[in-house]
Design a protein around this ligand. Structure first.
Ligand SMILES: Nc1ncnc2c1ncn2[C@@H]1O[C@H](COP(=O)(O)OP(=O)(O)OP(=O)(O)O)[C@@H](O)[C@H]1O
Length: 636
């Protein structure tokens, strides 16, 4: 961001026109002091004078070229090409020379007579100068200029480059709020242009569409505020950076006093709307001029389309030049005073121009800066490493030197010790440690002692560091142990959960398979029952052979439906034998059945599965007993 900058203000006073001179109009109150860049205004009684100072002032005879060159316009255009926004707007009462200053074309029958001449105003000159600036930029920069041209007429926005949209009854274009904190107009025609001629072709086409009217003070009066916008996009094809900026060239409609213009009907309505939007513009200027830095005063930009569209130009992020136009005639004294007052206020407004870099380019630039910083740090680190390496090498050589020095000293010391031991030691043959020998104080050279000091410091630091490392290592080991214990516990828990899970899965499978098992058992039961029936049939048909003595009772047995039979003649040896069988068998069976029943739950309480099993078992037991009896002929 550039440092904040004030709105530049230039004052231009037009000459008295022929019609005005014919009417006897004179200028006796407002004078240009070019040397002091001031406007001198006399009081109505001409007794007092007041001076208004501005960035530049231009008198009646100033040419279009002088005005263009002596304002900040050339500098502003440079800034635009570099990526800053800029606005140039003409302000003043009706007929004061705004359109002349901005466009410079002659008007006849409310239409401009477009031709190249010295009369050309700020717009055509700026467009040409802008492309000159673009040409002067390095070849690595490629620019495209996008042109739009609109008018704000009776609080509606119309596209001057889209004739279809200008038809009577058209609702106008909508204004939207963009994420870049500015208003923009939706569906405006945007024309890419590659040279000044292309831009001016669109500009001239738009001029023919703007609404003009004639009134007492101006034969070709603008009834709308017109804004020509040039969006400039520059791409650095080598560095990859993108800049985008906007140049707004604004020709405002002028404030009008109905009593002087003589407007009626539609023209009067137009005057009212023009005055309303200019009133908002003055309010914005007054509020901004009155507010101090850091103030959060409410600026009524949204109160009119014009101020919304100029939001970034006045008190925003653009460079801005205001050209305040004055009528020299005494009859416009009050209007001139008002214009000068607002021009003075505008000159107090600070803008904060910002270079519009593409976010990606911004990031790339930031990263480049960071890389540069890091490279610097790396260089420093390498230097330090180099220094340390040198120091270490130095120390090594000095240690070696020290050892060499120590050898003769040690020998001397040992010699002395030997002498001392001989003379003083009361215990002959005692072994003395070399450490116990007091070392003689040897005068040392200065650099050597310094190096020793450094070495001992280094050693001390290293020992300290190793101790710290060991203690942190110990702590880490403890933490690792703790964590491994926790892990073991978790593993056991997981294993348990797996086992439980497996059991549950099995149970679930059993539940799922139950119908299959039941069906299988029922099938088995059926088969068993069939077999039982078959065996019974077989038994009935089988011949019963009794001992001859007992034949008489054969039918008596049969009538009791006793199914016990002997397989071979003589199974029952005698009648006693049979009677014994008869007396024991029924009671035994009953006892067995009772005890079995008392051990089991009642059949009705059994699960279907168990019922089937029970039935099958009882059938089997009957079959088994019958088979046994049949086979062996006895239970005992
Ligand atoms: N500096 C000048 N030198 C010569 N003639 C000028 C100058 N300024 C303005 N004029 C003439 O004054 C008349 C009114 O000027 P102009 O139309 O530019 O006023 P304006 O401020 O645009 O009015 P409005 O607000 O009604 O559109 C025109 O005929 C114009 O040619």
């Amino acid at each position: 961001m550039e440092s904040s900058t004030r709105i530049s203000v230039a004052i231009r006073m037009r000459p008295i026109l022929k019609e005005e001179a014919d009417q006897g109009q004179t200028n006796s109150k407002v004078f240009i002091d070019s040397a002091e860049k001031a406007i001198v205004v006399s009081s109505t009684d001409q007794k007092q004078q007041k001076k208004f100072f501005f960035d530049s002032v231009f008198d009646e005879i100033t040419s279009q070229d002088e005005l263009f060159s002596n304002t900040q316009i050339p500098e502003l255009l440079k800034k635009v090409v570099q990526g800053f926004n800029a606005t140039i707007f003409a302000y003043g009462q009706t007929g004061s020379g705004k359109t002349y200053t901005m466009e410079g074309y002659e008007y006849s029958s409310l239409k401009p007579n477009i031709k190249e001449s010295e009369r050309q105003g700020i717009v055509p000159r700026s467009v040409k100068a802008l492309f000159e600036e673009i040409k002067a930029m390095p070849n690595t920069m490629e620019y495209t200029v996008y042109c739009t041209y609109l008018q704000v007429y009776q609080e509606k926005i119309y596209d001057l480059l889209n004739p279809a949209q200008l038809k009577p009854g058209s609702p106008g274009l909508k204004m939207r709020w963009s994420k870049h904190d500015e208003f923009y107009v939706e569906n405006l025609y945007v024309h890419p242009c590659y040279n000044a001629t292309e831009v001016l072709t669109h500009f001239h086409a738009g001029l023919k569409n703007k609404i003009m009217a004639s009134h007492n003070l101006n034969s070709a009066s603008s009834r709308s505020h017109c804004i020509l916008s040039l969006n400039i996009e520059g791409v650095d094809i080598e560095g990859g950076g993108i800049i985008s900026s906007k140049l707004q060239l604004v020709d405002l409609a002028g404030s009008e006093r109905a009593s002087l213009t003589g407007n009626e009907g539609l023209a009067l309505k137009e005057s009212i709307e023009i005055n309303k939007s200019l009133f908002t513009l003055r309010q914005v200027i007054t509020t901004l001029a009155g507010s101090r830095e850091g103030d959060s005063a409410f600026i009524p930009y949204r109160d009119s389309k014009l101020t919304s569209l100029l939001k970034q130009s006045i008190g925003g992020n653009s460079f801005c030049l205001m050209i305040a136009c004055l009528c020299p005639c005494d009859q416009f004294y009050e209007e001139n005073i008002s214009t000068l007052a607002y021009a003075t206020k505008a000159s107090c407004i600070s803008n904060d121009p910002v270079k519009n870099l593409d976010p990606k380019s911004k990031l790339v630039n930031e990263l480049r800066k960071e890389i540069k910083g890091l490279q610097g740090e790396l260089k420093e680190a390498f230097e330090q490493i180099g220094m340390l390496t040198e120091l270490v090498n130095l120390d090594k050589t000095q240690i070696l030197k020290m050892k060499d020095l120590e050898k003769p000293l040690l020998a001397t010391a040992q010699g002395q010790r030997a002498k001392t031991t001989k003379n003083i030691d009361p215990i002959p043959g005692r072994i003395h440690s070399a450490m116990a020998v007091p070392r003689p104080i040897v005068p040392q050279q200065e650099p050597f002692s310094l190096s020793l000091e450094m070495l001992s410091e280094n050693l001390h630091d290293s020992v300290k560091m190793i101790k710290e490392l060991m203690s942190s290592n110990k702590k880490l080991k403890e933490i690792i142990n703790e964590l491994s214990n926790i892990k073991k516990g978790q593993d056991a828990e997981i294993a348990q959960l797996h086992a439980e899970n497996q059991t549950l899965i099995e149970k679930l499978e059993n539940v799922e398979n139950e119908p299959v098992i039941v069906a299988k058992l029922q099938k088995e039961k059926q088969e068993l029952q069939n077999r039982v029936a078959a065996l019974e049939r077989e038994n009935k048909q089988a011949p019963v052979i009794f001992p001859i003595k007992e034949r008489k009772t054969e039918w008596a047995w049969k009538s009791k439906r006793t199914i016990v039979r002997a397989d071979s003649p003589g199974q029952f040896i005698d009648k006693d034998h049979y009677q014994k069988y008869q007396s024991v068998r029924p009671s035994t069976r009953v006892r067995v059945e009772k005890s079995a029943e008392s051990a089991r739950p009642p059949k009705s309480d059994m699960s279907p599965d168990n019922k089937v099993k029970e039935d099958a078992l009882s059938a089997l037991s009957v079959l088994y007993s019958k088979t046994r009896v049949r086979k062996y002929g006895t239970f005992f």
